[in-house]
Design a protein around this ligand. Structure first.
Ligand SMILES: Cc1cc2nc3c(=O)[nH]c(=O)nc-3n(C[C@H](O)[C@H](O)[C@H](O)COP(=O)(O)O)c2cc1C
Length: 372
């Protein structure tokens, strides 16, 4: 059924969807996903036809049970509209947000467009979300146990100075601490299209900026694990400097590699498509190579210290498996689902289980970092 769904999505549904503006299609999916999630029989139906369970994919990380290592990356479900339906589709975990202390209506449209030949999306949302408190207060206490996290960043607005941006970021975490209905945090230091990136001299994705942020967060005594969403287009040395800072803070349990591509000379782009691309930054295949290499680098240095999450350009089980072999305990995606369809999550899990067995692994955990 997953293969049939994939055929129908790629050859019939996607060509129709791609005739409409990407922002509208995204909104449509959020709306439909939210409605579907309200009905038990619909959830059971999707679970039956798409989701794939297998012991070989299960892991316990930070005292959370992950039924499989494939998660939804931050940026698709800003306002937690899909929390009820995502586990039925087959996700092993998912991240809501990025959420901010204040709500933000989003950048001027288009916030999203497609580069089909580059297998990439152009993103310029700027953290379009209802705000931490408003989202979490409406987030039901789910019956399912699928780990869900919230990604938090600073509100997208100009700040007079770095300290006031940090204050806003910390206020987001403070608000979130009042709620029990999620399992982990992502600290987003890496969105490449924010006003505070352009306007402030001091940056959170610098060793001194990150240290200041983490010192303030340490004072909150957060009870849930925090993962840092890392920037993509910095050197390995700069990555190491950020990891060294994170290493000093025990509440930072993991690192996520990586966020979007800004560099339009990236060789994964189709030349015609990139010439015509508007404002924003890119997901999908252009992220893959660099995020894999930095993931591998991080694993070699810090595999005992940090749980690593690989993200960028995962379309197939082979793509996900590669990230695991390079050092990822968990894998996230968005663009692969947009291009291949929602059945792809179960398909990736099923084929990942086959790849693990082919290579003689008893559990996915045994394959993590095997390429080092
Ligand atoms: C529409 C869209 C919105 C995104 N928004 C966020 C965001 O708010 N926070 C974040 O950390 N990453 C965001 N990202 C980046 C993704 O989480 C991910 O790092 C990146 O897209 C690479 O994964 P992919 O190739 O599977 O899409 C966004 C990506 C897309 C496609």
């Amino acid at each position: 059924m997953r293969k049939i769904s994939q055929f129908l999505y790629v050859n019939l549904v996607k060509p129709i969807l791609f005739l409409f503006p990407a922002d509208d299609v995204h909104e449509f999916f959020l709306h439909m996903g939210n409605r579907f999630g309200k009905y038990l029989f619909v959830k059971k139906f999707f679970k039956k036809i798409w989701s794939y369970d297998d012991k070989i994919l299960e892991q316990n990380i930070c005292n959370l049970n992950f039924k499989n290592p494939i998660g939804l990356s931050a940026g698709f479900d800003y306002n937690a509209d899909l929390v009820e339906i995502l586990p039925s589709i087959g996700f092993g975990f998912y991240s809501i947000g990025t959420l901010t202390y204040e709500s933000y209506a989003g950048n001027p449209v288009p916030m999203l467009s497609r580069l089909p030949r580059s297998r990439s999306l152009l993103v310029n949302k700027g953290f379009k979300n209802k705000g931490v408190k408003n989202v979490l207060v409406n987030l039901s206490n789910q019956t399912h146990k699928t780990p869900k996290g919230i990604s938090i960043g600073a509100t997208n607005k100009p700040y007079p100075n770095f300290d006031s941006m940090l204050k806003d970021l910390v206020a987001g975490f403070q608000d979130a601490e009042n709620f029990k209905n999620f399992d982990y945090y992502e600290l987003n230091i890496s969105c490449p299209n924010l006003l505070n990136i352009q306007n402030l001299k001091e940056q959170i994705a610098s060793p001194t900026g990150l240290k200041q942020a983490l010192e303030l967060l340490e004072d909150l005594d957060l009870k849930r694990p925090v993962f840092i969403k890392m920037p993509l287009e910095i050197s390995l040395n700069e990555t190491k400097e950020l990891m060294d800072v994170a290493n000093d803070f025990s509440f930072i349990r993991g690192l996520i590699f990586s966020n979007l591509v800004k560099d339009r000379t990236n060789k994964a782009f189709n030349a015609d498509e990139i010439k015509k691309a508007g404002k924003g930054n890119f997901s999908g295949k252009p992220v893959e190579e660099k995020s894999n290499s930095v993931l591998h680098y991080a694993y070699k240095i810090y595999n005992k210290r940090f749980i690593l999450v690989g993200v960028g350009g995962v379309f197939t089980a082979e793509d996900a498996y590669k990230k695991i072999l390079l050092g990822a305990s968990l894998v996230q995606l968005i663009t692969g689902m947009v291009f291949m369809g929602p059945q792809q999550i179960g398909l990736i899990n099923k084929e990942l289980a086959k790849l693990l067995r082919r290579d003689g692994y008893v559990n996915v955990q045994d394959a993590i970092g095997a390429l080092t």
